[in-house]
Design a protein around this ligand. Structure first.
Ligand code: SAH
Length: 465
C-alpha cells in the first residue's frame, strides 16, 4: 500500500487552493463539500470559479500571486496552476510548514492525493490508483456508482440514529453485529431502498423489542467456501460475501494470499497447511476445530482452493458438522480443471475431439488401490489429473501400457490462472523427459487428450497464455 487512506475532518477548517482555473474549481468544490472554508489565490480567475465564489459564502477569492504567507493557518493546500515553478514552490513551502499538500497530477510533489469519490454521505467510498492512473480510479468509481444504491446514505443515517440504543440493548460486539446485519440485509433495508423511511424506522424500533429468536442459541455457522484456482477474479459473489461476513478464516496452502486478503480485515486467520506429505494439521483436527469454533458462536469460513467437493475433502468436513448439528453452507468454486483449461485455451470437451472428461487424482497413497487405468483409456475422452506431478512418469507409462497412443497430447499447467501460470505441451512419450530439467512449482494440473491440440489455435483468446 503506497498511501494510507484516511478521511479528514475539514469542517470549518481553512483550505488554500492555489490557481483558479477549471481544475481548481473541481478541487475547491470537493473541499467545500466537506465543510471547509476555502481561500483561492490566483492572478487570474476563470468564469466557473467566479460563479463558485458567488454561490458559496465559505469560498473567497483573492486576486494575487501566491506567496508562502498564504499557507498560514491552512490545514491543507491544493496547487492547481499551469505553472510548474509555482506548484513546486507551494509543495516545498507546505512541506516546510507541515501543511498537507496536493499538487494536481504530480504525485511526487504531494503529501496526500485526492481519491475518486462515491458520495452517499454519510457513506463515502474513495478509490485511488496511488497516483498512477486517475482515469482508472474514475473508471472503477463509475462501476461502483452503479453498484451502490443511492439510498445507502439514508440507511447509514438510520443506523446512526439507533446506534446508541443498540449499544445499550446488546452488550457484546457479536450480538450487535448480528443485530445490525439482520437490519442491513433484511426487510428494514429494503424499506429504506424503497424510500419508506418512516416505516423503516418504526420497524427498526420494533426489532429492538422483539423477543430473541429461540433458534439462535449462540451457535455460529460454518461456510465451506470454494476459493477457485488462484485468480481472485474467479471468486463467486456469494463466496466473497461470506468471506467478508466471517470472523474466523481457516485456509490452506492452495488458497492464494490475494484471496485471503479479501476476507474481513479484522477476521482471525488460521492457516491449516496441507502440503503434500506434511499435513500441518490432521484432517480430523480441522474438522473438530470447525465444530468447536462454531460452538463458540463464530462465523467460520473454511476457505478452500478450487471447489470444496472436488478433491477437497469438503464432504468429510461437513460430515462432522452435520453430526454435531452445526449449521453450514457450501459454496462451490471454480475447480482447477475449469480454471486451468480456460486460461490455457484447452476446452475440456469438444464436439470433434472429446465427448467426456474424467477428473482423477494422481496422488496415490502408499498401499492405495491402483487407478482404473483401462477405464481411463477411452476414445474421445479428456483426462484431467489432479495432484499428478510426482507420479507423472508412472501415469504416462501406465496409460501407454493400456493402449493409449504414445503420441497423445499432454499439457501440464503450472499455477493455473495466476500471473505465474505456465503451460507445457508434449505427448505421453515426451512429457516426463521434457519437464525433468525444469523447476516446476506446485500446484500443477495435467490434461491428457486430443483437445490439448486446440491450444495452438485458441490460447490466444484466453486471459493468460
Ligand atoms: N479442490 C481443488 C483441488 C484440490 S487437490 C479444486 O477443485 O481445484 C489439489 C490439486 O489441485 C493440486 O495438486 C493441483 O493438481 C490442482 N490445482 C489446484 N489449483 C491449481 C492451479 N491453480 N493450477 C494448477 N493446478 C491446480
Amino acid at each position: 500500500m503506497d498511501y494510507l487512506p484516511l478521511f479528514l475532518k475539514l469542517e470549518g477548517k481553512r483550505c488554500l487552493v492555489v490557481g483558479a482555473g477549471e481544475v481548481a474549481v473541481r478541487k475547491a468544490s470537493l473541499v467545500l463539500k466537506a465543510g471547509a472554508t476555502v481561500d483561492v489565490v490566483s492572478p487570474q480567475c476563470c468564469a466557473a470559479m467566479a460563479q463558485l465564489v458567488a454561490d458559496h459564502e465559505a469560498l473567497t477569492y483573492r486576486n494575487s500571486v501566491y506567496t508562502a504567507a498564504d499557507l498560514s493557518g491552512a490545514q491543507i493546500v491544493i496547487a492547481a496552476t499551469d505553472h510548474p515553478e509555482v506548484n513546486e514552490a507551494v509543495s516545498t513551502d507546505a512541506h516546510k510548514a507541515n501543511v498537507l499538500v496536493n499538487v494536481v497530477d504530480q504525485p511526487d510533489l504531494c503529501s496526500f492525493i485526492l481519491p475518486a469519490v462515491i458520495d452517499r454521505s454519510p457513506v463515502v467510498v474513495a478509490v485511488s490508483s496511488g497516483g498512477n492512473s486517475p482515469v482508472l480510479a474514475r473508471t472503477i468509481r463509475t462501476k461502483l456508482e452503479s453498484l451502490i444504491p443511492a439510498a445507502y446514505g439514508k440507511l447509514a443515517e438510520l443506523v446512526g440514529e439507533f446506534r446508541e440504543q443498540a449499544k445499550q440493548r446488546f452488550s457484546s460486539v457479536n450480538e450487535r453485529r448480528t443485530f445490525w446485519e439482520s437490519v442491513l440485509e433484511g426487510p428494514i433495508a429494503e424499506l429504506v431502498f424503497a424510500g419508506d423511511m418512516d416505516k423503516a424506522k418504526q420497524m427498526l424500533s420494533e426489532h429492538f423489542t422483539e423477543p430473541e429468536d429461540p433458534s439462535k442459541d449462540g451457535m455460529g455457522e460454518v461456510y465451506l467456501v470454494g476459493g477457485g484456482p488462484g485468480d481472485p477474479d474467479l471468486l463467486t459473489f456469494r463466496a466473497l460475501r461470506l468471506m467478508q461476513k466471517s470472523d474466523v478464516i481457516l485456509y490452506d496452502r492452495l488458497v492464494a494470499p490475494e484471496i485471503v486478503d479479501l476476507c474481513r480485515r479484522d477476521a482471525r486467520r488460521i492457516y491449516v497447511g496441507k502440503a503434500r506429505d506434511k499435513h500441518t494439521l490432521p484432517q480430523q483436527e480441522i474438522n473438530q476445530m470447525l465444530v468447536d469454533l462454531a460452538r463458540q458462536g463464530h462465523r467460520v469460513c473454511r476457505l478452500k482452493g478450487g471447489d470444496p467437493f472436488i478433491f477437497g475433502r469438503g464432504g468429510e468436513e461437513i460430515d462432522l458438522l452435520s453430526q454435531c448439528g452445526v449449521p453450514f453452507q457450501v459454496v462451490p468454486g471454480i475447480t482447477a480443471a475449469s480454471g486451468c483449461a480456460s486460461y490455457s485455451g484447452i476446452p475440456l470437451t469438444h464436439r470433434d475431439y472429446s465427448q467426456s472428461v474424467q477428473f482423477v487424482t494422481g496422488h496415490l497413497q502408499p498401499g492405495a488401490k491402483e487407478l482404473d487405468w483401462a477405464g481411463l483409456v477411452r476414445d474421445r475422452q479428456t483426462l484431467v489429473i489432479y495432484m499428478g506431478l510426482l507420479g507423472l512418469d508412472k501415469i504416462c507409462q501406465r496409460l501407454i501400457e493400456h493402449q493409449m497412443s504414445e503420441d497423445m497430447p499432454v499439457a501440464l499447467v503450472e499455477r493455473g490462472t495466476t500471473p505465474e501460470q505456465k503451460v507445457y505441451v508434449g505427448t505421453l512419450k515426451t512429457m516426463p523427459e521434457q519437464i525433468k530439467q525444469l523447476h516446476i512449482k506446485p500446484p500443477t494440473l495435467i490434461i491428457v487428450g486430443e483437445v490439448v491440440r486446440l491450444r495452438e489455435r485458441l490460447a490466444w483468446f484466453s486471459p493468460k497464455n
